[in-house]
Design a protein around this ligand. Structure first.
Ligand code: HEM
Ligand SMILES: CC(C)=CCC/C(C)=C/CC/C(C)=C/COP(=O)(O)OP(=O)(O)O
Length: 310
């Protein structure tokens, strides 16, 4: 074997093993549907379903609801990334996503997103109920048609974005046959308020990237020290009494209220830490706690609700 052949083999052997094409494409599509946010949304759907059905809970209707809402969520996230391909390319947080990096084409995502969203809505209308299909369509419109383009114009976009963000447990609730009543509104209000410290800390952490990409997630590129922290603290304070409402509408008992109060104080303390010292570390810790708070609150609410029926 010649020296050239030997060195060629050596270079080939030292290359990391390339992923099979189908696996790489699966990974790209997975990234397109934002798997972690979508999973949290579907867990919220399942808990909303359980809260509404309690003693009459059964698995098949829940699977139908998760399938239909899951398809709409896939449509939401794909179409959101399609509309943001230019700004995503300008931020290091999102530049390696499959669309800005050219691994999936715009037309492919358009077809994929529209087909997923429409199939989900029709599936819900046929297999679940019309109210859930309608509310899922409203979620899609608010997220894709209103919130996403509005990010380029005003920081008020986040308040609009928090409406579709608060919908997953309500979609689960209506999928189980629940009405839009004070109980479902209470869950909506908790989920709505929870998002403010969550996304404000994120918007602060990536403020320079957002500014560079022309996205107005905060009122200014470099807000006066403390402003974002104060906003987090105010929403965390508001969330505490609102998170205690389920007991007053007979959705849960004292155990839930105690847990909600403790984690609510925790969320407030992380917001205060961020206010006192706005640094990437305190912002990341607040984001981290927000992602602990939500599943703990919803799981405790559901568990306590089930106890009320036993
Ligand atoms: C206006 C509302 C919301 C905005 C603007 C927002 C924005 C974001 C952004 C930009 C990230 C990525 C952070 C990073 O890259 O470090 C993120 C992370 C996350 N968000 Fe939200 N979010 C919102 C609402 C929600 C809702 C309603 C849920 C759950 C149902 C949720 C669940 C998550 C999860 C699980 C993560 C961590 C996983 C990941 O980074 O992909 N978010 N959020
Ligand atoms: C039908 C259904 C359950 C739909 C999902 C609803 C849901 C969980 C919406 C999330 C809300 C939201 C504003 C996310 C951030 O998007 P972004 O565009 O600011 O995030 P990015 O910058 O990472 O793209």
């Amino acid at each position: 074997m010649s020296t050239t052949q030997q060195s060629y083999i050596a270079v080939e052997e030292s290359k990391p093993a390339a992923k099979p094409v189908s696996l790489a494409r699966f990974g790209d599509y997975l990234e397109l549907i934002k798997p972690r946010i979508s999973t949290m949304a579907l867990i919220s759907v399942a808990l909303g379903y359980t809260l509404a059905s309690a003693h009459s809970w059964s698995v098949i209707p829940l699977i139908h609801a998760l399938l239909g809402i899951g398809f709409v969520a896939v449509g939401c996230n794909s179409l959101n990334q399609l509309l943001e391909v230019k700004s995503d390319a300008l931020m290091s947080r999102t530049a390696s996503r499959p669309l800005p990096s050219g691994r999936i084409s715009v037309s492919e995502v358009l077809i994929f997103g529209v087909v997923a969203a429409l199939s989900g809505i029709f599936y819900l209308a046929i297999m679940v109920n019309l109210l859930t299909a309608f509310l899922s369509m409203l979620t899609l419109v608010l997220y894709v048609v209103v919130y996403t383009p509005l990010k380029r114009y005003t920081s008020f976009c986040t308040t609009i974005g928090a409406i579709p963000g608060a919908m997953p447990p309500i979609l689960g609730w209506t999928a189980a046959g629940g009405n839009l009543n004070t109980s479902s509104f209470t869950i909506f209000a908790i989920m709505f308020l929870w998002q403010f410290p969550h996304f404000l800390a994120i918007a602060w952490l990536y403020r320079h990237q957002y500014y560079q990409a022309g996205l107005k997630m905060l009122p200014t590129a470099d807000p006066a020290r403390g402003i974002v922290g104060w906003m987090c603290v105010i929403y965390a304070i508001l969330l505490i009494p609102v998170s205690l409402l389920p007991q007053f509408v007979s959705l849960a008992g004292t155990f839930y209220s105690v847990v909600a109060f403790i984690i609510g104080i925790g969320y407030l303390l992380f917001s205060i830490r961020f206010l006192r010292n706005e640094t990437p570390k305190t912002a990341r810790e607040l984001i981290w706690f927000s992602l602990i708070y939500l599943p703990v609150l919803l799981l405790t609410l559901t568990w306590d609700r089930l106890q009320l029926f036993n």
